[in-house]
Design a binder for this molecule. Structure first.
Ligand SMILES: [Zn+2]
Length: 257
């Protein structure tokens, strides 16, 4: 990967990476767009940058992953940022044209690498999940909407989110680093109403990460049992409200939906 260092960035990271963020450069879809945008980041006075710029035939590295790009206020400290060529105003048809499809294929391996390295689940965060601090993919538009510190709407309403997710998953052979098997903590005992302990907190923390709203207090109460039952039902398990081995493993291994 070519490298043209951006002029404006923060040395080091302010928080662990949790967001993989998609932007558009607001730049024509030319074969040198990545290089052109990177050169602009290297020379311009306005404080803006991204980790990588990509077009239909190559990527250019502008900021190292270990440093913080100035790409989307609110999502800089814990984000990695990728600029696609093209514009936020593109229609679905324009995203389906050959140059755009090629750009998605250029970017997918990079997102797969980021996802694996930082254990980012392969999902698009809802704005609620983004606000709640969950890990996943997001857009400059959603960061603007949630943190209200910029008004950019890239990559636009018609960016092919599901297709891009499919391309990233294909790079990883269908596995999701956010639900890696090596991540499952040891299952020690059944968790039922009244159970207390650090294993309860481990399960609660995991369920919060999956988007459930519950307290991480190490005490398995009626609300935890209700959430467990809802989760079991969602995953096709018997909704007993008791965290057994199947429910425990599913909390780490089942796709986050
Ligand atoms: Zn942007």
């Amino acid at each position: 990967v070519k490298s043209i260092q951006a002029r404006h960035f923060h040395k080091g990271r302010l928080a662990p990476v949790r967001l993989l963020t998609v932007h558009t450069m607001e730049w024509p879809e030319t074969v040198t767009a990545a290089e052109d945008c990177a050169r602009m980041f290297a020379t311009m006075d306005r404080p803006a940058s991204a980790h990588i710029c990509g077009d239909s035939n190559s990527m250019v590295r502008c900021v190292a992953d270990r440093d913080t790009a100035w790409a989307a206020p609110g999502g800089n400290a814990d984000g990695l940022h990728y600029e696609f060529f093209g514009r936020a105003s593109q229609s679905a048809g324009q995203w389906a044209d050959d140059p755009s499809q090629a750009a998605l294929r250029v970017a997918a391996p990079q997102f797969a690498e980021w996802s694996a390295k930082h254990r980012i689940p392969l999902r698009w965060l809802t704005r609620g999940q983004l606000r709640a601090g969950l890990k996943g993919l997001t857009t400059h538009a959603d960061i603007s909407a949630v943190y209200k510190r910029s008004d950019h709407t890239d990559p636009g309403a018609h960016f092919p989110k599901e297709l891009f997710l499919k391309l990233i998953k294909a790079e990883l052979g269908g596995s999701d680093p956010g639900t890696d098997k090596s991540q499952v903590p040891r299952f020690a005992r059944l968790l039922a109403a009244g159970t207390q302990g650090t294993d309860v907190a481990v399960w609660q923390r995991r369920m919060r990460l999956r988007g459930w709203s519950l307290a991480v207090d190490g005490k398995f109460d009626a609300r935890d049992a209700d959430i467990c039952a809802l989760f079991q039902k969602e995953k096709g398990l018997a909704p007993t409200g008791v965290v057994d081995l199947a429910a425990w493993r599913a909390a780490w291994l089942a796709p986050i939906t």
